[in-house]
Design a protein around this ligand. Sequence first.
Ligand SMILES: *[C@@H]1O[C@H](CO)[C@@H](O)[C@H](O)[C@H]1NC(C)=O
Ligand SMILES: *[C@@H]1O[C@H](CO)[C@@H](O)[C@H](O)[C@H]1NC(C)=O
Ligand SMILES: *[C@@H]1O[C@H](CO)[C@@H](O)[C@H](O)[C@H]1NC(C)=O
Ligand SMILES: *[C@@H]1O[C@H](CO)[C@@H](O)[C@H](O)[C@H]1NC(C)=O
Ligand SMILES: *[C@@H]1O[C@H](CO)[C@@H](O)[C@H](O)[C@H]1NC(C)=O
Ligand SMILES: *[C@@H]1O[C@H](CO)[C@@H](O)[C@H](O)[C@H]1NC(C)=O
Ligand SMILES: *[C@@H]1O[C@H](CO)[C@@H](O)[C@H](O)[C@H]1NC(C)=O
Ligand SMILES: *[C@@H]1O[C@H](CO)[C@@H](O)[C@H](O)[C@H]1NC(C)=O
Ligand SMILES: *[C@@H]1O[C@H](CO)[C@@H](O)[C@H](O)[C@H]1NC(C)=O
Ligand SMILES: *[C@@H]1O[C@H](CO)[C@@H](O)[C@H](O)[C@H]1NC(C)=O
Length: 880
Amino acid sequence: MRITSTIATLAAAKLVASQALNDSNPDDALWGATSPPYYPSPWVDETTEGWETAIRKAKEFVGQLTLLEKVNLTTGVGWEGGPCVGNVGAIPRLGFPALCLQDSPTGIRFTDYNSAFTSGGTSAASWDRKVWYDRGYGMGEETRDKGIDVLLAPVVGPLGRSPAGGRNWEGFSPDPYLSGVAVAESVKGVQDAGVIACTKHYILNEQEHFRQGPESRGFGFNITDSISSNVDDKTLHELYLWPFADAVRAGTGSIMCSYNQINNTYGCENSALLNGILKGELGFQGFVVSDWGAQHSGVFSAFAGLDMTMPGDTTFSSGYAFWGPNLTLAVTNSTIPEWRIDDMATRIMAAYYFVGREKNYVETNFNSWTTQTEGWENAIGNKNWGVVNKHVDVRREHAKQIRDAGARSTVLLKNNGVLPLTGKEKFTAVFGSDAGDSLYGPNGCSDRGCTNGTLAVGWGSGTSAFPYLISPLTAIANEVLSNGGIIQGITDDYAYSQIAALASQASHALVFVNSDSGEGYISFDGNIGDRNNLTVWHAGETLIQNVTAVNNNTIVVIHSVGPVELGAFVDNENVTAIVWAGLPGQESGNSLTDVLYGRVNPGGKLPFTIGKSREDYGTDLLYTPNNGEDAPQDNFNEGVFIDYRSFDKNGIEPVYEFGFGLSYTNFSYSNLKITKHPNVPAYAPNNATNAFAPSLNSTPVSTDLADYQFPDDIDRVPLFIYPYLNSTSANASYGDSQASEPYAAADTSSYIPEGSQDGTAQWKNRHPAGGAPGGNPRLYDVLFTVTATVTNTGGVVGDEVAQLYVALGGPDDPLYQLRGFDRLYDVQPGQSVTFGADLTRRDLSSWDTVKGDWVITDYEKKVFVGKSSRKLELEGALDL
Ligand SMILES: *[C@@H]1O[C@H](CO)[C@@H](O)[C@H](O)[C@H]1NC(C)=O
Ligand SMILES: *[C@@H]1O[C@H](CO)[C@@H](O)[C@H](O)[C@H]1NC(C)=O
Ligand SMILES: *[C@@H]1O[C@H](CO)[C@@H](O)[C@H](O)[C@H]1NC(C)=O
Ligand SMILES: *[C@@H]1O[C@H](CO)[C@@H](O)[C@H](O)[C@H]1NC(C)=O
Ligand SMILES: *[C@@H]1O[C@H](CO)[C@@H](O)[C@H](O)[C@H]1NC(C)=O
Ligand SMILES: *[C@@H]1O[C@H](CO)[C@@H](O)[C@H](O)[C@H]1NC(C)=O
Ligand SMILES: *[C@@H]1O[C@H](CO)[C@@H](O)[C@H](O)[C@H]1NC(C)=O
Ligand SMILES: *[C@@H]1O[C@H](CO)[C@@H](O)[C@H](O)[C@H]1NC(C)=O
Ligand SMILES: *[C@@H]1O[C@H](CO)[C@@H](O)[C@H](O)[C@H]1NC(C)=O
Ligand SMILES: *[C@@H]1O[C@H](CO)[C@@H](O)[C@H](O)[C@H]1NC(C)=O
């Protein structure tokens, strides 16, 4: 989603061009790849396990609706048309309020008295299912209490193909398995609180540059269309689709289609991905909503499987819509069959009932477009003044949970024994702007689009307003002062003489550095969403150098959106500890001091690899258009080999590997046991057919356009998108100065694809790898259980994240792939506990592009258990 465009300096863009490491070129097999058509769009299946009641209720509800009411459910009312970032029309006849959709994956955006949670990518470092569930549930509660129906979270796209990707921090991890577990727990948490989760962005939305044509043009890039992520089927299934399958299996009520193109078709009109894979193969029963402005066609996107358009207008606040009146017309003129709009509405209502919205309704009590109590209800047209913000405090006890999540997600990278601190240090000095408060306050920059003071979240629509932000300096000062100690801080990164003077006096120096990124509509310091580099900002390395030159006990704390290059300081003997604290949210300083002062023994592990340089990752972003003014081509040539899989394949030594993290104690691993489950049913491709598209017996669609005119009693809001027609002439209702094609164009082949109108029983929508939400249920059969003994060999109680990796053995398989983990809580000194993980058929399968299905290959398969992706103490063979 975007609001405004800040113009970047072109000089910065040019500078980056010379560093571009993306290897896409016209000789690649993937260059100019296309997506095959897949029609018709699968309709809901009332027999889907877990969804039966929700779908039945939805059908009953939609059966009562008129065409105009169905159009209202599917179409946003326009940017700034209602209180939320996205609102559809209401159904006043049935007393059904307008649905409200709101950001973000770190809490509620554009309101007050809400919490600012730990970011997804940071919470991933906890490797803790409870952290993810509680975080989702907490956000769900706040969302519900503000009167929001759909929370635009969680994120698994971007997955994190390249470390500089601007929005990676909103998602979890470049490992699909870790992301898959995290997204499933998050979806369950959010939805158990009674609101609909919207898992996003589907799919391959791996960079900010060129994600949208108009935005890119605003930054001076002369391109007509969004970037195309081109990918083969194996990579799609084994890597990028994997966590989406987990989200669908966990019951996500909606999925957001992305800005980018995939194989040169836009995400929100890609029938192969929406109809074929999401609704067909993955059996998704909820609704697909467009990212804000990601819809590029009316009829065509409807056939491709889009169910709701956001924010509803063609461009923000234009007053025109691909759907709205156009959808009314397209159904009345029989272009779009009634079953398709019925299915859109049914999917929306199925999600609604699936999470129990009817029992959890709260009237929307805030307005995104003002923080004042009074304002316009419809900012789009400056209409309906009144009380719009009730300032409801929805935070509950979430502060504790956020503090806990932040501490559990902190990763100790280096420790020469200086940590934990006691609070009785003789002289504590703190350095760096990242330790202190922002001069502008925690919310001083719109959508956190700057970095001033401590970094606790990235920028863009993935933010929520901080109720407060505990800076590290504040929390450390509390700690030291409660022990009667000495503490001084310098938060000017460049005051070198004062820094040297203070550092030389201190017994303990804590240096804070950071690295920020965000969403592509904001450019900060020349970073157009994506990071231009992986080094720390504000001359952080020089700052560290200045301190270490005169202080032999320097502790470095990093707040960052992802991996950073640790440069020379990682090996500096005066750097006695390094802590990665990620983006902790509002309790930042408290979470950190819990770890620094030993109240929490660090148990977090890196959810990504920290390499020596960005080149070592083997994948990178495209910073300059590579296809003239046509859509830039981003070829995912590396296949499934990103992050640690790439380091492993290319034999590159990372600085800190995926899964790495130290503790104040030590753990040993022993006693690997592999138990094969008997009598597991064989894999059987799904071959069911589905029934005819349902007829809901709703009011017959009239073809008389007089029936769809604006009612007299409506006080029209300017620019607001309604379902009504402006005229009894179809041509006049359709037309506006922007219409690119005449109404009822002679050639319909481009937007009415073959088979798209066919509502007869289908066999092909039941994919062999399909059959249930998340795919073929046989994929989730447990074939093996692996156990190992984990012993705390150190002196203090601690958590250990035990990790299981598999080697599937084929030439195209990664050396190791994560396939199980568990955070073992509170293991006492000397205590041994059992780590256990189930291996499902899916965990051991590879995607066969010829069969178009999962297979377990004949190659020898192994399992490994250990404390990181490179400390795999135990090894065993799987007897298949
Ligand atoms: C994308 O194109 C590649 C290369 O032609 C093809 O293998 C793959 O199946 C396509 N995938 C989709 C979803 O269109
Ligand atoms: C459609 O939604 C708008 C905005 O909520 C509302 O004013 C209108 O009455 C609705 N139309 C119908 C037919 O329900
Ligand atoms: C964009 O490229 C096209 C074709 O090369 C050219 O006609 C047009 O003037 C360019 N626009 C800008 C703003 O550079
Ligand atoms: C924060 O803003 C102040 C005032 O503009 C500026 O002097 C300072 O350098 C900024 N800090 C950082 C870290 O950018
Ligand atoms: C990396 O980017 C940051 C933020 O834009 C900038 O301050 C820093 O100078 C850059 N580092 C290098 C080595 O160019
Ligand atoms: C401190 O930083 C300044 C500015 O870059 C640099 O000139 C100086 O050499 C640094 N001092 C040390 C000891 O690294
Ligand atoms: C480490 O700190 C001491 C001061 O305690 C200093 O003499 C020494 O040069 C420093 N070493 C490095 C590598 O900076
Ligand atoms: C730092 O230097 C002081 C003075 O030489 C010494 O007492 C202390 O043990 C050193 N600390 C570390 C962590 O090496
Ligand atoms: C109908 O859709 C076309 C694009 O397909 C658009 O140009 C036109 O403005 C839309 N009409 C209305 C009334 O929004
Ligand atoms: C039906 O309406 C849609 C939406 O306005 C339009 O794109 C299409 O051309 C129309 N088709 C016919 C045959 O009138």
